[in-house]
Design a protein around this ligand. Structure first.
Ligand code: SF4
Length: 482
């Protein structure tokens, strides 16, 4: 069939929507190998960003670090980890859009302020970074990266000149920055965690022995044998010194608006965020999808990895058997993907293969987390049909993506969003599905089970963002953070 719509090729089937970033921090009071503990924490957060990573470590108040391009095990060797000695550290895994994946833009950023050296790792995106940067540059500030995270570092540095108290410095900085942020900050003797006033990005507190740890998701605590204590609250600042922790509740608490896409796609299914199991959210999305959009078929299949749990939910609700009909090559790292057109065209085939034995002659329901440009869906459906599927019905466990994200997730401008430009029937025809249906917004908001008081950002589906997005950012999403 000739495709009606051509939005170009996606670089990587998983990356139609790209990841956010992951942050981690530890105040080591138990004689642990600090660098390796951060390394394994970052390893568990690898799904949040695969372009680069880094560790900053404090050794008797002297902060040093290492940053590299690639996956955590690619960037860090035993030799490098041996060199990173100290008792407090933070780490970062990054996915970026603008600024590219150059080493200068990798995090943690290490900079000097009045109180000495400081390191900062950021997940999120500021919507007023270019305005602040413009003002700071007019006052003589020099920037070495193109990230919004350096704007935060610069503000901290300037506020440090005005006042010596760390909490006051950070509070003044939070007064100015707008957007989504989960920050871990390392000073000579203090580890700090901060979550933005809307709680858009995740950050939680754990403990191993007497050592406090901070991480984007609690799956990182499981990886190092730490217990989960609690989530950092929106607008909360956590100050960890040695084996003590205190909480500063700022005045910035806004209505909770956690990014609902973390539930659909980004977070790991074994994580809990704000009291909600990501796994259960995805099961529920599949269950509700089966109720809303039933179809007669022989087999339910999930697109690995984020479509699988919803596919199980759909199967349980519909009574149609679940099958593993798409096999993922788990050993393809980002470095394997070369930016040539030929490889881009083949990237889905390299990463996924269809299991003819499960598919041949069957009517398949294929469940995916989202459709952004539609290129991946088309290729997967072709793959299933080539393997002998009689019919392929696509079900999406989120609503149509109609708007860009300005808060750290790479959902680009409307012109690249297939659902913003075409009807569902046109999309169905374009991706060559026998039927196509999306989860409704009403059902999506019912999927995070167990925390009815939680509020969510649904901006990319509804246009209802937690804060006003400055017009110049709406025009060009230049201020991507991570
Ligand atoms: S716009 Fe979408 S992806 Fe961005 S923060 Fe809101 S829900 Fe998440």
């Amino acid at each position: 069939m000739k495709r009606l719509i051509d939005f170009g090729s996606s670089n990587d089937y998983e990356d139609e929507i790209r990841e956010a970033c992951g942050v981690f921090g530890i105040s080591n009071q138990d004689g642990l190998d600090t660098a390796r503990t951060v390394y394994f924490g970052l390893y568990a957060l690898q799904h949040r960003g695969q372009e680069s990573c880094g560790i900053a470590i404090s050794n008797n108040g002297e902060i040093t670090g290492y940053k590299g391009i690639g996956l955590v095990p690619e960037a860090f060797t035993e030799k490098i980890l041996d060199r990173l000695v100290g008792d407090m550290a933070i780490g970062h895994t990054r996915y970026s859009t603008t600024g590219g994946s150059s080493v200068e833009n990798c995090q943690p950023l290490i900079f000097t302020y009045k109180g000495g050296k400081m390191a900062l790792a950021h997940n999120g995106n500021l919507v007023n970074a270019s305005k602040i940067r413009f003002e700071l540059e007019n006052k003589g500030a020099i920037f070495q990266t193109s990230t919004d995270s350096e704007v935060i570092a610069n503000l901290i540095s300037r506020n440090g000149l005005k006042c010596g108290d760390l909490v006051e410095v950070l509070t003044r900085t939070m007064d100015v920055i707008e957007g989504s942020y989960a920050l871990v900050i390392l000073t000579r003797k203090t580890l700090v965690g901060i979550r933005d006033p809307w709680g858009m990005r995740p950050l939680c507190i754990g403990k191993i022995g007497k050592s406090y740890v901070l991480a984007s998701e609690n799956c990182a605590f499981d990886a190092i044998g730490a217990e989960f204590i609690r989530d950092v609250e929106p607008g909360e600042m956590i100050i960890i010194e040695g084996d003590t922790m205190r909480s500063i509740r700022t005045n910035y608490n806004k209505p909770r608006r956690f990014c609902i896409f973390e539930h659909i796609y980004f977070a790991r299914p074994d994580s809990y965020i704000d009291g909600v199991s990501i796994y259960k959210s995805r099961l529920e999305a599949g269950r509700l999808l089966a109720i809303e959009s039933p179809v007669d078929a022989d087999l339910v299949v999930g697109v690995p990895d984020s479509g699988i749990t919803a596919a199980i939910g759909y199967s349980r609700q519909s009574g149609i058997p679940y099958g593993e009909a798409l096999i993922k090559n788990r050993y393809v790292g980002r470095t394997f993907i070369q930016p040539t057109q030929e490889i881009r065209e083949r990237s889905v085939l390299i990463k996924l293969n269809a299991l003819r034995e499960e598919i041949e002659g069957k009517r398949i329901i294929i469940i995916d987390d989202s459709i952004v440009r539609g290129t991946t869906s088309y290729k997967i459906i072709q793959m299933l049909k080539n393997a002998g599927a009689r019919e392929v019905h696509m079900r999406i466990c989120s609503p149509p993506v109609l708007n860009p994200c300005y808060f750290g997730i790479d959902i680009s401008s409307k012109e690249h969003l297939i659902a913003a430009n075409y009807s569902i029937e046109e999309i169905r025809e374009s991706i060559n599905a026998d039927s196509l249906a999306f989860l409704s917004v009403e059902s999506l908001l019912k999927t995070p089970i167990g925390a009815p008081e939680n509020g969510f950002c649904t901006g990319c589906f509804t246009g209802d963002y937690p804060m006003k997005v400055p017009a110049h950012i709406e025009k060009s999403i230049l201020e991507k953070g991570c």
